[in-house]
Design a protein around this ligand. Sequence first.
Ligand SMILES: [Zn+2]
Length: 274
Amino acid sequence: MALVTAPPLTGSSPGYNGFMRPLSSRRMLVAGVLALGLTAACGAPVPPPPPAPAPPPPSPVLSFEAPYAFGTPQAKIPPPDHGLIPVVKRIHTDKPYVFITIDDGQVPHPAALDLMRRSKTRPTLFLTDRYVEGHRGYFKDLRDQAGATIENHTLSHPNLRGKPYEVQHKEICGASDAYQREYGKRPVLFRPPYGNYDDTTRKAAADCGVRALVLWTETVNDGAMQFQSGTKLKPGDIILMHFRKTFVEDYSAFLAKAKEDGMIPVPLEDFLSA
Ligand SMILES: [Zn+2]
């Protein structure tokens, strides 16, 4: 009953009552003050201020509907090769799926979380602990709020090829230990800095709990996709980009090319499940 008889919000209807009067008085007072202000301003005319710059329009973000429930294993890591962990350059699939990976972590770009969430993509982050240090919460948010996965890209980003086992083991295990400690999950994938590795790398990585060494097929730099061959993304492509100042341009270029070529970005870990 009370709801039915409550006074309407407009003052002009028959329901108007004293409830509104204080507001009207205040409105008159405000009008008076404004008038005084205008009078004062008229004494010293000033040129009209330049129009305020229009705020940038909310940039559209391409998004992709998940073709299956992300987090559901779709394929297993290839078996070890003569006792060494497999080297994965592309994923073997006949489905229109591609895989975005983001390396290093040097520039923790503030727009990354929003881009990942709005595009409904779940990249794999191959992080170097030297860059993660001091920004652990940033990468945790990308994992917890966007579904990104944190994997291993060494402690300090050296060229591992040719280095003694002890050096390689320390670089790989050090990062795995740190991410396990900080994020509660030990990396299963490893990307060697510069893509350089040898059999010692594969042995050391295995001893650190890594199950596959992951390279890439295409890259994104300065807001443009770069192809090793051809001009189109193909099923199974693994794309490499970095946490740089151009993060928005790079990620957007990848999303646009995936859309153009009819590809859907899906999580790499689903196709390299342990
Ligand atoms: Zn790197």
